[in-house]
Design a binder for this molecule. Structure first.
Ligand code: ATP
Ligand code: ZN
Length: 223
């Protein structure tokens, strides 16, 4: 791949993380000119450009070297890591960013009640996060069937495609609306800055270091 001398950061094009991510980068002193295709934003001061994509694509873009850094939910980053042959290698969570807070939780039909992981033995659980759910099930010694669904996970129990779900929760309103109750938290999530374990050993690495220092300043002031 052609080497680049500008740092490239991937962020969500449109969704929950978009505005807070833009605000954070602005507070780090970065300014961008939006291009007409709205995929790529050219940085005006520092040699840092933005790529606006679906959040699910961000870890792969970093792993492939298309981008150097990305702002993405820990849930998406961890799920990607677990899908890799060596989950401990490759991508790292460089900083936690304090927005986009939510949790990946297992929820069961309200009338079922919940008295512990063993209750899920032999059940079917629908999720968009098979890696994270699989890890939780193994660590709790539960043999459940994982049903992968790309979306609308919360309606699976009513449709009869699963007995329980594992999905992102923040206020819990979606669970209530679907007559589900939160049973167990699989991971606590928030937006994180993701990058390869080794920063590029060229100018991009230096820019990334500078950005991390500014980010630490911004995070410290906010906390
Ligand atoms: P895209 O089109 O980019 O794929 P999406 O629908 O997957 O968008 P959003 O719903 O915008 O994504 O969520 C992005 C991230 O926001 C999630 O991965 C998660 O980290 C975080 N988040 C915070 N609260 C919630 C919530 N209540 N439900 C879903 N995601 C949440
Ligand atoms: Zn997504």
């Amino acid at each position: 791949m052609k080497s680049r001398d500008r740092l490239r950061i991937a962020m969500q094009k449109s969704g929950r993380l978009t505005e807070p991510a833009q605000e954070l980068l602005a507070r780090c002193g970065l300014k961008f000119r939006q291009s007409r295709d709205k995929l790529f934003c050219f940085g005006e001061g520092e040699p840092v450009d933005l790529l606006l994509v679906r959040d699910d694509d961000i870890p792969g873009l970093i792993a492939e070297g298309v981008c150097d850094l990305g702002i993405v939910g820990r849930n998406v980053l961890r799920e990607f890591q677990l899908s890799q042959p060596e989950p401990g290698e490759g991508l790292a969570e460089l900083r936690s960013l304090g927005f986009g807070r939510c949790r990946l939780s297992i929820a069961v039909p309200h009338e079922d009640g919940y008295d512990g992981p063993a209750q899920l033995d032999g059940r079917a659980i629908a999720t968009s996060y098979p890696g994270l759910l699989g890890e939780w099930l193994r660590s709790h010694g539960v043999a459940a069937r994982v049903v992968y669904l790309a979306g609308s996970v919360e309606i699976a129990p009513r449709l009869g495609t699963a007995d329980a779900i594992c999905d992102l929760v923040s206020s819990g309103a979606t669970l209530v609306a679907n007559q589900l109750r939160e049973a167990a938290v699989v991971i606590e999530s928030e937006a994180v800055l993701a990058g390869r374990r080794d920063l590029p050993a060229d100018e991009r690495g230096e820019i990334a270091e500078l950005l991390l220092r500014r980010l630490d300043g911004v995070i410290q002031v906010r906390d």
